[in-house]
Design a protein around this ligand. Sequence first.
Ligand code: PLP
Length: 411
Amino acid sequence: MGEQERLAKDHALRARAARVIPGGGMYGHQSVASLPAGFPQYFERADGCRIWDADGNEYIDYMSAYGPNLLGYGNAAVEQAAAAQRARGDCMTGPGPVMVELAETFVELVDHADWMLLAKNGTDATTICVTIARAATGKRTVLKARGAYHGAAPWCTPAREGVLSEDRAHLHSFHYNDVESLEQTVDAHADDLAAILVTPFKHDVFRDQELVDPAFARRVRELCDRTGAALILDDVRAGLRMAYGCSWEPLGVRPDLSAWSKAIANGYALSAVAGGEALREAGARIFTTGSFWFSAVAMAAAVACIGEARRSHVVERTQALGERLRAGLRSQASAHGVGLRQTGPAQMPMILFDDDPDQSRVNRWTAETVRRGAYLHPYHNMFINGGHTEADIDRTLQITEEAFAAAAARR
Ligand SMILES: Cc1ncc(COP(=O)(O)O)c(C=O)c1O
């Protein structure tokens, strides 16, 4: 079957969308605009680790909705808790009792946290963290790693259209894992430093991922202590995938604030800010809210998701599955004479090819895997979820083996 035929409904939807949604139908990083031909834009259904596109093609999904699917799509415990809450009420004139239960659950889960605030998207959470840090310190400057993504608000969006230089006037960058560059950037702004904002590891698009150097993480903490700036850990993408708590807990480095979203409610729209005692008062002083932020269903889903994550040992299981995939790909690549770079935590894999400056090799290979039913991404880190099994990984490895051969043949 040709590509046109395989994705006929998808292409018809894209044509309709182009008329009524700016930018050809899909905005942001979930757009297929930069993906090779053969990647569907629209999905009809999801279950466990599988997704079905609008044309009914089935895929073993390695994007997990770009992060929110932690336990598997449609996880029974989460769906039951959400359905029970939905039957009682969702968006009401005030939050449900479940908001307090979730806050208690989170404070117990995250060791630096004495309180939490809830919102909807990761950008809400990182923006609230920065606002609290500025309110607490009375200072303006925020430091972040060059290339790190923290959301789509004017103060942090990677694009510049419609953004004023004033919006970003107090945002400066250092190089991730580079203590010297961090120290120099802190020294240059030490008098006006509100926060250092950092992700638990380097997970920028189009690049090899880098685990954090523990010495770098400790130095971030020391510099925040020395200057009075808040250490904000942006755990929006990695939270609950690396540890049952903040992703820097295993290192023993405690942030002052952490931002969460994506995986905390297994696909229900929710984000959170967790903070320590010292910033409680500033957290109460800032004004932040949203019409849908107190919806009870997502909160009930989050309580169930956190419980189920621990009960099912999702961190260890997804890590073991990721290692199985990584080992299989390593031996296939070496048999095909392909230089493959697999970086980051095994449960959040990034796969890039050597000698591939224009991404054409990884594009060709992932297009072949997608055509055969394994949705692998050529430039964004992926996410193993609790719905994957060893059999899914092994089936994927059959597909990747065929894709190596097919991609070589097409060169
Ligand atoms: C590390 C990080 N921070 C913040 C965000 C923004 O989250 P959202 O897209 O939910 O606003 C993302 C989203 O990908 C992210 O990966």
